[in-house]
Design a protein around this ligand. Structure first.
Ligand code: GTP
Ligand code: MG
Length: 556
């Protein structure tokens, strides 16, 4: 909480004070990583899951007094931590030290009553705190600090980046602004735990796990929450050996395939979320997708949720990214900036289509870092060689073995700065032989493309699949053109260095200005000299640019 408090205070744009604070913040970013680096993915998941099971979500009156609030809740037991945030009203996340406190609270909670509506009496850990008239007249001042749950608008981000001292510092500032906070992570695990409460009413041994960017260290504030319903524990308890003359089995409904079973289960869970799930809105059953899912909005938490089933391989793939993201602070810094740059210029989109996805972009960054000399991160084959017996995992016939213990992996000798790495990334993909080569993080080397897709990124765990087969030629060309133009801009005099005493965008800030590339991406067949000329004149206009003009806000 103290760390995000400090983060929230960086509002002033006075260069001298910002410089020292920025240094502190960067140490925070790196420090927070070194604190988490040593935990395995599974340890992190278990710790967070346990925390979430002790936690409740409370809608509070907007003028709540924190002291009174804590005094009231403390009568149910010791509070480990709490924070407030704004999403469809003021909410508090409160973690109790004991689970029993929640039962006491539930025993005291009333069923909502109204003259023209009836409540569906599903009792969850989502509550509304009502002021009694006695407290209302006590006149105590509201005193809460709200924790941010979303990113700042892009124009504000650009202004902050302009005050940095190096491109490297810019990348760390962007990371600090965009990465999930501890509070937001708590909220994500809480939502997952609330969904688990609902599912275990039917399948008591099942689990609901989070995967994807919420847990793989690459999550941005506002990203969706990916969850999967893990029925393995339910199913594996049905394989006991017969003893004596008899064996006994459950009578169960049987359906033609595992996929159909998944679809049926998810459709019922979807119905439950829609009809009983407090805070769950816009529930959609997307059951005919390659991986059937239920999509909904968790209104108080303020993010979209995707619930799938039996998606164990995606969980393992999240762990792989977690390993890479925890190894070296440069990995996450570069991935976040590249994702932001791609998003600002419409290379990625929240709408499914022929675009490059965030997942593919992350793989491209990892591959690039493997190709540095010396490499910044190991190949997947090297991670496999470091694996112990407990790390061996074959999922649906795919070898998903790699080391989980981060302490087993040697840190890289490579000391390149992010200033260098950002430019080199843009150069690398601006001139990559996409026509003949595929990207392969298992080998850390480009391979001959096995199929003719414009962009071929081998799925590291399901090795016969291409994770970017949706990308068409036009989208790949846009990416390449943008990479070349951005690299050119960064290499211009004054563009890689802070501009003293002015708010003129430089470095990463210049790359995030949408206007710079508005025309540059048109007429993609034009020669390079033409593009450079265009950009030169755009740079001139950039110098005259006043940043106070409204740039479009970033949206996830
Ligand atoms: P954002 O949600 O964009 O922040 O990133 P994300 O990594 O969570 O992506 P997304 O929600 O689209 O997908 C969730 C997870 O599913 C990813 O982290 C991957 O593990 C997996 N995934 C996503 N896209 C693909 C794909 O094209 N192929 C495969 N095999 N897995 C994918
Ligand atoms: Mg996601």
């Amino acid at each position: 909480v103290a760390r995000s408090g400090a983060r929230g205070r960086l509002q002033s744009l006075d260069a001298s004070t910002v410089a020292t604070k920025k240094q502190q913040k960067q140490e925070d970013v790196r420090g927070s990583e070194s604190n988490t680096t040593r935990r395995t993915f599974q340890e992190m998941q278990e710790e967070r899951q346990k925390q979430a099971e002790h936690t409740v979500l409370i809608n509070c009156p907007s003028k709540i007094n924190e002291k009174n609030f804590l005094k009231y809740l403390s009568q149910y037991g010791t509070i480990n931590s709490h924070f407030f945030f704004e999403s469809y009203g003021t909410h508090a996340v409160v973690e109790f030290s004991e689970k029993e406190s929640i039962e006491l609270l539930q025993a005291q909670a009333n069923i909502p009553s109204s003259n023209n509506e009836s409540a569906v009496p599903f009792k969850s850990r989502l509550f509304t705190l009502k002021l009694t008239s006695a407290l209302q007249v006590s006149g105590s001042k509201p005193s809460i600090q709200l924790q941010k749950q979303s990113t700042i608008p892009i124009n504000e981000l650009i202004q902050k980046l302009c005050l940095a001292e190096s491109v490297e510092q810019q990348l760390y500032i962007l990371l600090e602004e965009h990465q999930l906070t501890d509070e937001n992570l708590r909220l994500r695990f809480l939502v997952c735990s609330l969904i688990k409460d609902l599912v275990t009413a039917y399948f008591p041994e099942s689990d609901v796990k989070s995967f994807g960017s919420s847990v793989n260290t690459f999550g941005k504030l506002g990203c969706d929450l990916d969850m999967f319903l893990d029925l393995d524990a339910v199913e594996s308890s049905g394989t006991k050996k017969a003893s004596g003359a008899f064996s006994i089995e459950y009578q169960m409904k049987c359906v033609p395939s595992g996929r159909v079973a998944t679809q049926r289960i998810l459709s019922v869970i979807g119905k439950c979320l829609e009809n009983f799930g407090p805070g769950c809105t816009s529930v959609q059953n997307i059951l005919n997708a390659r991986c059937p899912l239920v999509r909904f909005s968790h209104q108080p938490a303020g993010f979209q949720c995707d619930l799938t089933a039996n998606n164990r391989i995606a969980l393992r793939s999240s762990e792989l990214l977690y390993v890479y993201g925890s190894l070296d602070p440069r990995v996450r810094a570069l991935v976040f900036s590249i994702r932001c740059w791609a998003r600002v210029h419409g290379i990625t989109s929240s709408i499914p289509g022929a675009w490059i996805t965030n997942f593919s972009l992350t793989m491209m960054v990892l591959f690039f870092l493997q190709k540095r000399d010396p490499p910044i991160i190991p190949t997947l084959d090297q991670l496999k060689n470091l694996a112990g017996a407990a790390d061996k995992q074959i999922i649906e016939g795919n070898d998903c073995t790699f080391v989980s213990d981060l302490n087993q992996i040697n840190l890289s000798e490579n000391k390149e700065t992010l200033d260098v790495l950002l430019t080199e990334f843009l150069e690398f993909y601006g001139h990559f032989a996409f026509n003949k080569n595929s990207i392969n993080i298992r080998k850390g080397k480009e391979q001959n493309k096995p199929e003719v897709y414009p962009l071929y990124i081998q799925n590291p765990l399901e090795q016969t699949l291409n994770i970017s087969k949706n990308v068409n030629h036009a989208q790949l060309e846009r990416f390449v053109a943008l990479a070349r133009d951005s690299s050119w801009i960064l290499q211009q005099e004054n563009m890689g260095h802070p501009s003293i005493g002015s708010a003129q965008p430089w470095g990463l800030a210049a790359l995030l200005l949408p206007s710079v590339f508005q025309n540059a991406n048109q007429g993609k067949k034009k020669k390079r000299t033409g593009a450079s000329g265009r950009i030169k004149s755009l740079l001139e206009s950039l110098k005259k640019n006043n940043l106070s003009r409204n740039l479009p806000a970033s949206n996830e």
